[in-house]
Each structure stands twice: as C-alpha cells, then as structure tokens.
Design a protein around this ligand. Structure first.
Ligand code: HXC
Length: 513
C-alpha cells in the first residue's frame, strides 16, 4: 500500500505542475497567475475539492499519445466562496496553451451538470488558445457541448466568466452566454478573429489589445461587464458579485445582517438642482438611498447614460436601474436600452427585486439611432420590464418624458409602486418643445413670438411639469419628500416580498433581439 500511495502522491504532484515549471515561470513572467493559483485566491481556504485530476486526452495524431498532462489543461472542482457552494473550472495555459480538447470539454460539461443538479453557481476562469488544433472536429464538438449546457443552465444557476488570458474564435461564445464577464486589462483579450485575420480580410491594422482587450470591451462593445486592473481584482469582483445572488433560481438572495436606524436622508431634500436642465450624478442618489457602500456598478464605462448595478436595501439585494442625467442628459438610446434590458432579465431570473430611478428626457433622436435599431433595442427594455415578475418600484426624481416614461418601469407595464419626488415632470415632452408644437399658430402670428412662446411654455409647464397630474390618475402612487425615499422603499420592498405573478402559459416569449 505504501508504494501505491506513493504512486498516487507522485501523480498528484505531477498534476499540480500542469505543463511543467518552465511554463509556469513563463506564465508568471507574463504577469499571470496559474490556474491553481487563481482557484486558491477565489475559494475559501481549504474548501476546494478537485474532480478529474487524472484525466488525459485521447488524441493520437501528430504524436500526441506521447505528450499527455494530467488534468488535460483544465482544473475543475467545487468548494465554497464566503461559505456558499460554488463550482469552478480554471483553464491551465501551461498545458497546450489551455486549449480545449475533447476530454477538457467533457470535464467542464460534467461540472456544469453537477452545478445544475445541485443548484449552485458556476465560475469559469478562461485562459485558452481555443480549440486544441491537434484534435480537429472533436474539439469543436466539445465547445458546442459547452455552449449547449450554458444555455440549459442559463436562468437556473448564475454563470460567471472571468477572462484571464486569450479567448478567441468561437470560444468567446461560452462566456458570452453566461451572465457576467470580467476581463483583466493588458493580459486578456476576446475576439472572434484575431489581428492577423482582420488584416488579411479588411486590411485594418490593429493590436490585440485595441481589437479585443478589456478596455475595448468595457467601453466600446459592452461585451465585458468589468475591466479589472489585475487578476486579484477580478477574483475579488467575482466574490462580491456572487454575494448579491441566490444560489439558483428557486432561492432568494441571502439577506445581510442589518440594524434599523434613522432611515431619513435629509440631504436629498436639497439635492435637486434649481434648473431642471442642470445635470447631476444619479450615483449620488443611489448611494445615499441604498445601504452604505453596498452599490456595485456593472457595465460602468459602457452606455453611461444609464447606470445599473446591485445594491442592498436594509440588507436585501436589489438591482438598480437608473437614468444618468450627468451623461447625455440620461437619454435612452440603443446601447443603454440593451444594457439595462439584460440586467433586468438577470435580476428577474434570480429573484432580485428591481429599483428604478427615473430622470429621462426621452429616446435619443437621429439617423444614427434609427438606423442602428433604436426601435428594436428600446423594445428590449420595454419587454424586459414588462415580463419581470420580481418586486418592481420606480422613483421619478425629475423628468419622465415621452415613450421613455412608459418604458422606465411605469405602472402601466407592471411596476408595483411608482413614487415621484415633487421635482418630477411627467409629460409627453419638455414644455418648450410642447409649446412650440401645440401653440405654433399663436406663436408665429404673435407680435412678439419669443415672448408668446415663453408664455405658452410656462402654461404647459404649469400643467405638466409636476407629478400631480400622474398622481391624480394613480399612475404615481405617492408623491414623496426625497428625504423619505429610503424609508418608503424599505417598507415597500418588505410588503412586496411574497409577490406572485402568473403570466399566461407559453413556451417562451419572443423578446425582440
Ligand atoms: C494546441 C496550442 C493552441 C491550440 C496554443 N497552443 N494554442 N496547442 N491548440 N489552439 C500551445 C502552443 O503550441 C504552445 O505550446 C503553448 O500552447 C503556448 O502557446 P504560445 O504560442 O507559445 O503562447 P503565446 O505566445 O502566449 O500565444 C498564445 C496564443 C497563440 C495567442 C493563444 O498560442 C495562438 O495564437 N494560438 C492559436 C490560437 C488559435 O488560432 N486557436 C484556434 C482558434 S479557433 P508549447 O509546447 O510551446 O508550450 C477556435 C475555434 C473554436 O478556437 C470554435 C468553437 C465554436
């Protein structure tokens, strides 16, 4: 038995070395951690249990039978993060560049099945040269098996992807199907075709970083939700993200301990600028109203005219969606609609109540928006809110104009409660534009058209630039003092915690993609 145990220990040692010390050193030299080091920093100490450590590939072409590494380029297993069961796979770049073989894919699929059966989140730490070139089509098949399971798991368990190295070709589609993507600046990239192919086909010269680095995807494409400055920051973000989520779609998120105190926020009574056109940063309102330091912004640098993220209110997780008057006046456009719609759908999948702050002058006009499908993209947000069955509350802080009033979680599309601050203006459009249209004849025929316009603008504003017309109809449930917002929201979300909505039976809806 001693000899047999020694053999086992030897194999474990070998597996822990992955592709060997030289390749580990080269990984470190690139400023990257190894697959096992990443798991070490991610999981609670001593909690990780590896599955499939002895797996090797089955390939025999190109002399591959002579080059085998235990684990075959991916470390898979389970453990806990902040005490909660989590499954993780971590690709090992030191073994064939972390490339995906048939058996590598099988290991990931096995883990996904376990995560789904046992209802716990799955984290993928990606660092891979893509399909194992020596294996050909079986590797492509392996990818497709993973994509299929990603879709099966979508909405059942949270799936998070951290990109820690290359992620190219079709390999990008597994992370893209998962709920959140995190990338690391300067050491990770994602693209469907790399710079060489781009140069051949389109004659564009572009570096990997420009084409698909973390900053590019965080600001231009919105593919990644976070661009982290290093791997440890990415790992810490993964842990924080999970803390807002339940383990699966049948649970509600964990409630953090919370001691009730003075819930009034007096500073908010004097926060709003005198002039309704003056911008302000909605994040100040979010962080004043939600629990201290609880707001985690997602997609921070993409479509900045809308702010989305997780926060806590009296210890309970909520998803926040808020127009951002400090960027493009908080207007809704294609990117902000798509960004918010995806976030709303995530929250609805995982029983996270939604809190909306509304200050929106409408949808962005122009050929760029129309030709890029603002109609379809705006409809995504409308659809996402309308189908959401989680508790939904809106606070109108200032403008709620036009179609955007309907879209931003109005009562008409199923919001449970709408509050408005006294500064709210709820109308088809701003008073100036409205007066120009409906009083056109009077203005143009007036002795002093400019004066007439101002007079008519005031008339329209007196009628609609307030929350009371909407409150008379019950479209706004209550006009509240800003300082009371937190207190009202805590009570209202508590009141809504057992909300049940049954939509008509169907296979699935057809969200305008
Ligand atoms: C087999 C691979 C590999 C691959 C890298 N390696 N990619 N082995 N299959 N796909 C091996 C290398 O031979 C090398 O082995 C080791 O990994 C490290 O690679 P290097 O090139 O030395 O590293 P680096 O300079 O950092 O470059 C990394 C890289 C480059 C940019 C990822 O290796 C590369 O371009 N690889 C090919 C990428 C690719 O075209 N993949 C297919 C994409 S298509 P040694 O023994 O020297 O350590 C695809 C389709 C998926 O993935 C479709 C799904 C639908």
């Amino acid at each position: 038995m001693d000899k047999k145990i020694a053999l086992l220990q030897d194999k474990i040692k070998q597996a822990n070395l992955g592709g060997g010390q030289a390749r580990i050193d080269s990984q470190h030299a690139k400023g990257k951690l190894t697959a096992r080091e990443r798991i070490h920093f991610l999981m609670d100490e001593g909690s990780f249990e590896e599955i499939g450590m002895m797996v090797t590939h089955r390939s025999t072409d190109f002399g591959m039978e002579r080059e085998k590494y235990l684990g075959d380029g991916v470390v898979t297993g389970y453990g806990t993060i902040n005490g909660r069961l989590t499954y993780v796979f971590s690709q090992d770049f030191t073994v064939f560049g972390g490339s995906l073989s048939e058996t590598h894919a099988e290991k990931i699929c096995k883990l996904m099945d376990m995560a789904m059966k046992n209802g716990a989140p799955l984290i993928g730490l990606n660092d891979s040269g893509g399909a194992r070139i020596q294996e050909g089509v079986v590797s492509l098949g392996g990818y497709a098996d993973i994509f299929y399971k990603n879709v099966q798991a979508s909405g059942v368990i949270p799936q998070l992807s951290a990109i820690m190295g290359p992620c190219a070709g079709g390999a990008v589609y597994s992370p893209a199907i998962t709920d959140f993507i995190l990338m690391v600046e300067n050491t990770s990239y994602m693209f469907v075709t790399g710079p060489n192919v781009v140069k051949t086909v389109t004659h564009e010269e572009v570096t990997s970083e420009e084409l698909g680095g973390a900053t590019t995807h965080a600001t231009k494409s919105g593919v990644t939700h976070f661009a982290c400055s290093n791997e440890i920051e990415a790992i810490n973000h993964l842990k924080k993200l999970l803390s807002y989520m339940p383990q699966n779609c049948e649970e509600i998120p964990l409630q953090c301990p919370y001691e009730a105190g003075d819930e009034s926020r007096l500073s908010l009574n004097t926060f709003m600028p005198e002039n309704a056109s003056q911008p302000y940063d909605i994040r100040e309102i979010i962080s004043t109203i939600t629990d201290a330091d609880s707001f985690l912004e997602i997609h921070k640098d993409f479509a900045e005219n809308i702010v989305v993220g997780f926060a806590r209110l009296a210890g309970r997780s909520i998803g926040v969606v808020a127009n951002q008057p400090a960027y493009l006046a908080g207007v809704l456009d294609s990117n902000s609609s798509t960004k918010a719609a995806r976030f709303v759908r995530f929250c609805n999948c995982f029983n996270i109540p939604l809190l909306v702050f509304e200050d929106v002058p409408g949808f962005l006009p122009g050929t760029d928006q129309e030709w890029n499908g603002i109609i379809t993209n705006g409809a995504k947000l409308l659809y996402a809110f309308s189908e959401a069955t989680v508790p939904r509350i809106t606070v109108i802080t200032r403008k709620a104009y036009g179609g955007a009033y309907d879209v931003m979680n109005s009562k008409h599309i199923g919001a449970d409660l709408n509050y408005a601050w006294p500064s709210a203006e709820i109308a088809v459009m701003g008073a100036k534009g409205a007066a120009e249209i409906i009083f056109k004849r009077e203005i143009t025929s007036a002795e002093n058209p400019e004066e007439k316009w101002i007079e008519k603008e005031k008339l329209y504003a007196d009628i609609f630039a307030n929350p009371y017309r909407a409150a008379e109809r019950g479209f706004v449930d209550e006009v509240i003092e800003p300082s009371q917002t937190r207190m009202k929201l805590i009570k209202a979300f508590k009141m809504l915690e057992n909300k049940v909505v049954n939509h008509p039976r169907k296979k699935h809806g057809n969200i305008p993609l």
